[in-house]
Every structure is written in C-alpha cells, then in structure tokens.
Design a protein around this ligand. Structure first.
Ligand code: FAD
Length: 534
C-alpha cells in the first residue's frame, strides 16, 4: 500500500478512536518535516514488547520523528485532542516491564534507523567547552563514537551502550564510574524537552531548573528529551582491568567501600571504575557479562581453595594513555596492596578503552548466536543502604537464591553526595548505598531446569522484596516497577512524591506521557486501568 494511503488510514483511525481535534489536513502536519506515522504491523508489534519480554501492550500507531518539532507536533495533537491519548517515547526499548509502551496510543520511536532518522541532528561535539549535544534517541555507543573523533568521551556510563540517551537519563544511568562522577544524570548541562503540552523548552540548572531537575530520573513523566548536553573528558586510550575474589563478604564490602571513598583523591590515587559481582554457582564466574576470563581457560572456583560457598568478585579498572604505561603498574599495586582478597585470585587484562566500555555488547552477540538474548528477563535492581548490605547478603545471596543465580548479580557501592537530590530519582537515606542488580534470564517456554523458569525467578524476586520489607531493609528500586498509586507514593516518600505529583500536574497535566510506567491514571480509555488504583 502506498505510504500516503497508510498515513491517511492512521490519521482517520486516530481521529475516530482518540478524538483528535482538527481537520485531517492539519493532522497531516504530523508528517511534515520528515516525521512518519505508521500503523504497519512490524512497527506496532515491536513497540508492543520490550527487552523484558514479560508484558505486551499494543499502541494504535508508531511515530518516527525527524526533529524536536515533530515530537512537539505529536504531543500537542494528543494534548489538544478531545479525549487524549498516550504518547510514550521509546528509546531502544530496553525496559523490563513495559515502561516505554503506550497502550492504545502512540509510541514515539526516538531511536533506530529509517528515513525519519536521517534528518535527526547528529551528535555535535564542542571540544573546547567539553560537551556534546546529542539527540534524545541517540544510542550511547554512537555518542561515544562521535566524541572519540575529537579525543573525548562522556565521564559516566552504563555497562551496556546500546541504550538511548533519553532512556538512561529518565532513570539515572549507572556503572562503575558513578562513585566518582555520579550517575549520568549528574553529568548533563542542559536539555531540550517537549513537555506534555507540546512546548519545546530548553532547561538547565540556571534556566527552567524545575523542569530540568524533574526530567532527570523522571521516568519520562514530565517531558520528552530531544537533546541533552553531556559533559566530556579526555578519552583514555587503554584500560587495565583487574578482578580479585573474596570468600568473606565483610572484607569484600570493606574494600569496595574503601576504594569508592577515594573519589576526592587525585586520579593517580584511585581507580576509575569499581564494581563487583556475586558468584553463587561455578558457572557464574564465566557468565555472559564476563568477557574477561578466557573461555579456553575458565576459572575454576574449586582451584581457589575456598570451601565452596558464595564468592564475591571485586572488579576495578585503571585508565591510562600509552605514554604513561610505565606508571600504571605502580598505581595499581599501590591501590591493591591494602586489600584483603584471596591472594591467588588476581586476574588482570589490558584492553583499549572502547572495548572495555563496549564489553557487554560482545556478550550480547554470543547470546544472540545461541538464541539466548530474546528471552524473558525478570530483572530486579535495588539500591540497598550500606548499613543493611550484610543482612541482605545473609538473607538473599546465602539464602533465597539457593545455589543457582540464573544470571549475573552485580553489587557495588555509590556515594549519595554524587546524586543531585533535586532530580526525580530516589535513593536510600544513607551516605553510601549499594546497587544490587539481579540480571536473570528465564527459559522461553518454561521447559528445562526449574530454577530458570520465569515463575520461579519472579517468585524469588517477590520473596526478596518481602524479605527486605519484613527485615526493615529500606531498599529503593532502581528502574522501579509498581502497580498501585500507594506503592509509587511509598517509593518516592512523602516529600518527593508531593513534588513529583506537582511537577506532573504542571508539565503533563493531561497525563499523556510515558503511561507504560503506570504511575498516573489518565482519563482516556485504552489504558490498563486495573494496574493503577487512583
Ligand atoms: P526505553 O526502554 O525505550 O525507555 C525507558 C523509559 O524512558 C520509558 O518510560 C520511556 O518512555 C522513557 N524514555 C525513553 N526515551 C525518552 C526520552 N527521549 N525522553 C523522555 N523519556 C524517554 N541501566 C543502568 O543504569 N546501568 C547499566 O549498566 C544498565 N545496563 C543495562 C544492560 C542491559 C542489557 C539492559 C537491557 C538494560 C540496562 N540498563 C542499565 C537499564 C537501562 O538503562 C534502562 O532500562 C533504560 O531505560 C533503557 O534505555 P532505552 O533507551 O532502551 O529506554
């Protein structure tokens, strides 16, 4: 069918089903400037699912914008329509629980290729001022490629780079650099945002600061990020990447906390990245997140002389330029010398900086080749207060999980003072808190090992949350997922919830945006209303 005919069909259906105001000719404006409204099955189908593969919600149409003006036109059409309809920005769709879906509305496809994408602004690097202006749907891998051409790179990362700028800034964006630079949302100077009224607003600390802080970590609730100005630093050439093992949890966390407390020290006296993971079964030391150990030479836990219990792996890196290669060994040695790991368990490798940042993509390729990437992912990400991390270890790593992890389990501490409390993101009260990320994959059809079935893993997640509740461990979910208004209010806490609610009423009063987060219950139909109690 001719694209023009499909477009007319899409618009008629929108007029009838969601009560769009205006003449069809006005609505054709949605397609001026290169934007494309699509009701093609392939578009609708892919926008109905996400990486989690656990929830499905069909939009009526998918809109491919070519510019911020296109985004504004669509949102304004939704805002001004008599009944309203949902508009959810979708970056790379790597959410777990349908957060980028728009049941019965329009998914705004900010990332990806296609004719509309060709007109989107490419990343623009200001080398002297050390920032890059990136389109909200740009993937971080492409931001990196552009900045490296000028010898620069963003400071704060996620472990995986095939995520969009707008998608991670709507949550936080964390990795092993966060102890030092804060999350990605702490490394943004300015944003262009299309609010829920369809206005394009430039905001920063100085200008429209309420919107700026609301949008960062704002779960897509207050506006659609069309441009982000991201802080840069000189890109190092290489990375010395070190892993050491612990059988004692308190030694492990003491050392992690020591290393992350060095954030104020000069670069030569601290690591650039501090993470860690938990190993509850032998296979996990060579897991899919681990491009580190050679598959031809897998690490055998039994060879390390531990008593077979849970192990913890501290993972650190030191960035350097080839001209400084002779001092990097000394710097690493200096930092490792007071740590209390198993002496025979030091594993070191050395790779280009880009390969380190893009490490998870390698693992993705391997899993894709085995058809193990597009499977359900019942992931659970928690921020755990430092004072209760040992209780969490006892109850979860050494308790609920049994001896099967079914995927990587990351654990590393961060410093709260690197998080701007004015942003919308929620963290525990304490100065130091841990990310615990249970990144598990389930079998597709419920077959095979019972410990990998979706119901089993989902049930374990519920038990973990219940355990924390019963024990009074005040965890906060990262990439949060709740189904009732009460749970959301509890997640934010009284003050932050009041601010979040007020910002919603101000910037998206018709509650059009990111309905897939299920925080607010819009008045219009086509929404899974049972999920959110008013
Ligand atoms: P989507 O899933 O497309 O969208 C997420 C939410 O953001 C939705 O509510 C959507 O409406 C909203 N949104 C999307 N674009 C915009 C925009 N331009 N403006 C406003 N709102 C928008 N997170 C980390 O912090 N650290 C990690 O190391 C990390 N590793 C990951 C590894 C993998 C393999 C996966 C699948 C996820 C990982 N994540 C990590 C989580 C990831 O950061 C979030 O799920 C993020 O939202 C995904 O980005 P996306 O572009 O796919 O967003």
């Amino acid at each position: 069918m001719a694209p023009r005919f499909l477009l007319a069909l899409a618009i008629c259906k929108l007029i009838i089903t969601v009560g769009l105001n205006g003449e069809p000719t006005e609505l054709l404006q949605l397609c001026v400037g290169g934007g494309r409204l699509s009701m093609e099955r392939v578009d609708v189908e892919s926008a109905s699912l996400d990486f989690g593969m656990m929830s499905r919600a069909e939009p009526l149409a998918v809109y491919h914008p070519s510019s911020a003006d296109d985004v504004a036109r669509l949102v304004r059409a939704a805002y001004e329509s008599s009944r309203g309809f949902a508009v959810s920005a979708r970056g790379h769709g790597h959410s777990i629980n349908g957060q980028a879906q728009a049941a019965g509305g329009v998914v705004l496809k900010m990332s990806g290729a296609g004719p509309a994408a060709q007109s989107r602004p490419a990343p623009r690097v200001a080398a002297e001022e050390r920032y890059v202006d990136a389109w909200g749907g740009e993937l971080w891998i492409d931001v990196l490629r552009s900045t490296l051409e000028r010898g620069l790179a963003p400071k704060s990362w996620t472990d995986y780079l095939y995520l969009s700028v707008g998608g991670t800034l709507s949550n936080g964006g964390i990795s092993g650099q966060a102890f030092n630079h804060g999350p990605q949302i702490s490394n943004v100077y300015e944003l262009d945002v299309v609010t829920g009224k369809g206005d394009i607003v430039t905001c920063s600390e100085e200008k429209n600061s309420q919107l700026f802080h609301a949008v960062l970590g704002g779960l897509g609730q207050f506006g659609i990020i069309t441009r982000a100005r991201i802080a840069l630093e000189p890109a190092p050439q290489r990375v010395r990447w070190i892993r050491v093992l612990y059988s004692n949890f308190s030694s492990f966390t003491r050392d992690q906390e020591y290393l992350t407390s060095l954030h104020g020290e000069p670069a030569s006296k601290k690591f650039d990245y501090v993470e860690g993971f938990v190993i509850v079964d032998e296979g996990l030391i060579n897991n899919w997140r681990s491009s580190f150990f050679s598959p031809r030479n897998p690490v055998k836990i039994s060879s390390l002389g531990t008593d077979g219990g849970v192990l913890y792996c501290l993972e650190v890196t030191k960035n350097y330029d080839e001209s400084k290669a002779d001092t990097v060994d000394q710097e690493v040695e200096y930092l490792l010398k007071d740590l209390d790991f198993i002496p025979t368990s030091v594993f070191t490798t050395d790779i280009p900086y880009v390969d380190f940042l893009d490490r998870v993509h390698k693992a993705e390729s391997k899993l894709r080749a085995k058809n193990l990437w597009d499977v359900p992912h019942p992931w659970l990400n928690l921020f755990v207060p430092r004072s209760r991390i040992a209780d969490f270890d006892r109850g979860v790593f050494k308790g609920i999980l049994g001896d099967k992890a079914s995927g990587p389990i990351l654990i590393y501490p961060m410093n709260k003072n690197k998080w701007d409390q004015r942003s919308s993101v929620v963290t525990p009260e304490e100065d130091v808190f841990y990310l615990v990320a249970l990144l598990r994959s389930a079998t597709v059809d419920g077959s095979g090992d019972a410990s990998r079935r979706l119901e089993h893993l989902a049930d374990q997640n519920r038990r973990i949350l219940k355990f924390c509740g019963d024990e009074g461990i005040e965890v906060k979910q990262y990439l949060p997922h709740y189904s009732t208004r009460e749970e959301w209010a509890g997640h934010f806490g009284d003050d932050k919830w009041a601010r979040f609610y007020q910002n919603k009423m101000e910037f998206d009063p018709k509650q059009i945006l990111s309905t897939g987060q299920r925080i607010f219950k819009p008045d219009f139909g086509f929404y899974p209303n049972d999920a959110v109690s008013s």
